[in-house]
Design a protein around this ligand. Structure first.
Ligand code: NAD
Length: 257
């Protein structure tokens, strides 16, 4: 028996990086997955990987449906949740992974870049929760939001990203309290640097002070997304039945001291 046998998992940002690794990981443990992303091509690649993982680990029973959409639009949350419930009959786990960063010095932050990061990372996370929670209450399911070390500490040249990720932790704790009497769990994972397109394509701010940036790159190698996906898979499973309103760092010690 896989931990996710019979479970339905909705993963945003599933076309790349951590979201892709989460989709493959939970499918390899038996889950039916609905992946949401703005990138239809990336979702199709992830669906192929999920199909392969499912054949290798769970007898080919798992699959991933694809839903192309922008999570910053509340309608995407409603449509994606409806698609998951229509395809699989219910929803057990929501993983809010879609996100992006635009690094810039204070003077270089544009209104458009501020809005983009707050809309995708924070507003998108909230409205996905709003759409999914009624179904998660019915299934006694759970939410795993992807925050960041930047939700726990100041990161230079990242004020808007910082604000969005502190906000993700705020949403997680607020909803955990609102639903503390109900049969649902709401948690967050806070990774630090992972080797994904978000970091390999990272655009440096103008004239950066690398001594400041070293503070949050840490002492260990950057993580592979699969390492963080393993923590998310644990948190979203019944193994974490007593965990609610928590923020689990999976950051190689970046926020340790
Ligand atoms: N990579 C890191 O070092 C790191 C560290 C801490 C936290 N995180 C967080 O992990 C999450 C995943 O990041 P990643 O590193 O896998 O990046 P990634 O760029 O590889 O993947 C992010 C995915 O989100 C999708 N996306 C972006 N905007 C979207 C939108 N409006 N609607 C739907 N999908 C959208 C992208 O198309 C992409 O597939 C993000 O929330 C990020 O903030 C990443």
């Amino acid at each position: 028996m896989g931990r996710y046998d019979g479970k339905v998992v909705l993963v945003t940002g599933a076309a790349s990086g951590l979201g892709r690794a989460v989709a493959v990981r939970v499918a390899s443990e038996g889950a039916m997955v609905l992946g949401v992303d703005v990138s239809a091509a990336g979702l199709a690649e992830t669906a192929d990987l999920v199909a392969k993982a499912s054949v290798e680990t769970s007898g080919g029973t798992a699959e991933m449906r694809q839903h192309t959409g922008d999570v910053s639009l509340p309608a995407t949350g409603r449509d994606a949740v409806a698609a998951a419930v229509s395809a699989f009959g219910k929803l057990d786990v929501l993983v809010n992974c879609a996100g992006l960063i635009r690094s810039a010095r204070l003077d270089d932050v544009t209104e458009a870049d501020w809005d983009l990061q707050l809309n995708v990372n924070l507003k998108g996370t909230f409205f996905m929760c709003q759409a999914a929670i009624p179904h998660l209450l019915a299934s006694h399911g759970n939410v795993v939001n992807v925050a960041s070390n930047a939700g726990l500490m100041g990161v230079s040249y990242a004020a808007a990203y910082n604000a969005s990720k502190f906000g993700v932790i705020g949403i997680t704790k607020s909803l955990a309290m609102e639903f503390i009497r109900e049969p649902i769990r709401i948690n967050a994972v806070a990774p630090a640097g992972m080797v994904t397109p978000l970091t390999t394509g990272y655009v440096m701010p103008r004239d950066p002070d690398f001594e400041l940036m070293a503070r949050y790159t840490g002492f260990r190698a950057m993580a592979q997304p699969e390492e963080v996906a393993a923590v998310i898979a644990m948190l979203g499973s019944d193994d974490a039945a007593n965990v609610h309103g928590a923020v689990w760092a999976a950051d190689g010690g970046v926020t340790a001291g």
